[in-house]
Design a protein around this ligand. Structure first.
Ligand code: NAD
Length: 335
């Protein structure tokens, strides 16, 4: 354990730790960018058996960074070891869609994985554990893990739309010719899929509404919204590989912002819906949240949605209901 911090380590499990996002993520957690520069961390790195050799290499590199904040590195494919006493479970690993595989097949295959991980989290993690699902389809995977962990409160499960929020902020900043830090209050609503809705109507540039700065409504609706939705594909086309560094960055942003009071902005996180803004109760959908001074997250109240926005959000939530029906049907889970 490092000598300059007397804090107890935060124990973080990362599944798919030898994958592309894992490789971009672990070094940022270890260097203090997720939990702060004086917060020790213990890393529980989880892989499936075929990934264990690569994981050993990743762990060797972590060792070779001599990060002073790293208290311990555990490498395992055993979920009872990997989730033991963890404070955070970052569920990144999942089976990619292969040629000829239907979306329904993918939901079923990954669903089984997230049943197993949810059960193990339920049985071995701290009861205060917080779970962030990144592996796709992340909203439905998160719902399945949540259902499989009945002893962990639903409010402790999250899925990631922060990458979409960050992408949307940058698109607006480029269009307006301002620095990205000028763009705030941008919520991505719905499913982490091309159907998501990045709400430009309530977002701000400086103190102005985006729609008062970018007057080209056609660009906002017909270029901006699909560009954000299709950005993942654009990166695969350009790079020949899927977004990993920016996804890892969004994981760091999400966990950091869920761990600290929100100042002057809001953030997009997929959380359990209690019917807010007409979203179907019981699904994991992206909503605008803020964290209060006591560390509790809440859905931001009073956002005014236009009919256009409501329609987009409803369509994305409908997709989530359909994903749930297919996955739960295959897994024999009840709603
Ligand atoms: N929510 C988001 O914004 C977002 C953004 C980008 C990527 N993703 C998703 O994140 C996931 C990971 O992406 P990647 O680029 O790192 O993929 P990758 O294929 O490079 O790595 C995935 C890793 O997970 C491991 N793995 C597979 N099943 C596992 C299991 N059951 N338990 C533990 N490990 C397992 C694999 O061995 C592999 O090392 C994908 O599902 C991707 O679609 C989500």
């Amino acid at each position: 354990m490092n000598t300059f911090s007397k804090k107890a380590p935060i124990r973080v499990a990362v599944t798919g730790a030898a994958g592309n996002i894992g490789y971009a993520l672990l070094f940022r957690i270890a260097s203090g960018q997720m939990f702060g520069p004086d917060q020790p961390v213990a890393l529980n790195l989880i892989e499936i058996e075929p990934g264990m050799a690569a994981l050993r290499g990743v762990a060797m590199e972590l060792d070779d960074c001599a990060f002073p904040l790293v208290a311990e590195i555990v490498q395992t494919s055993d979920l009872s070891v990997g989730f033991k006493d963890v404070d955070w479970a970052l569920l990144v690993g999942s089976v990619p869609r292969k040629q000829g595989m239907e979306r329904a097949d993918l939901l079923g295959i990954n669903g089984k994985v997230f049943v197993g991980q949810g059960k193990a989290i339920n049985d071995y993690a701290k009861s205060s554990v917080r779970v962030l699902v990144v592996g796709n389809p992340c909203n439905t995977n998160c719902l399945i893990a949540m259902k499989s962990a009945p002893n962990i409160p639903d409010e402790q499960f999250f899925a990631m739309t922060r990458l979409d929020e960050n992408r949307a902020k940058t698109q607006l900043a480029h269009k307006a010719g301002v620095a990205v830090k000028e763009v705030s209050e941008l919520c991505v609503w719905g499913n982490h899929s091309p159907s998501m809705y990045p709400d430009f109507e309530n977002a701000k540039i400086g103190r102005s509404k985006v729609t008062d700065v970018i007057l080209d409504q056609a660009w906002l609706r017909d270029t901006f919204v699909p560009t954000v939705g299709q950005r993942g594909k654009a990166i695969i086309d350009a790079r020949g590989a899927s977004s990993a560094a920016s996804a890892a960055n969004a994981v760091v942003d999400t966990v950091r912002d869920l761990s600290n009071p929100t100042r002057g902005d809001l953030h997009s996180v997929c959380v359990i819906s209690n019917g807010e803004y007409g979203s179907p109760a019981g699904i994991i959908t992206s909503l605008p949240i803020r964290v209060d001074g006591a560390g509790k997250w809440r859905v931001v109240e009073g956002v005014k949605l236009s009919d256009y926005a409501k329609e987009k959000i409803a369509a994305s939530n409908q997709e989530l209901l359909e994903e749930r029906e297919v996955a739960f049907g295959q897994l024999g889970l009840s709603i």
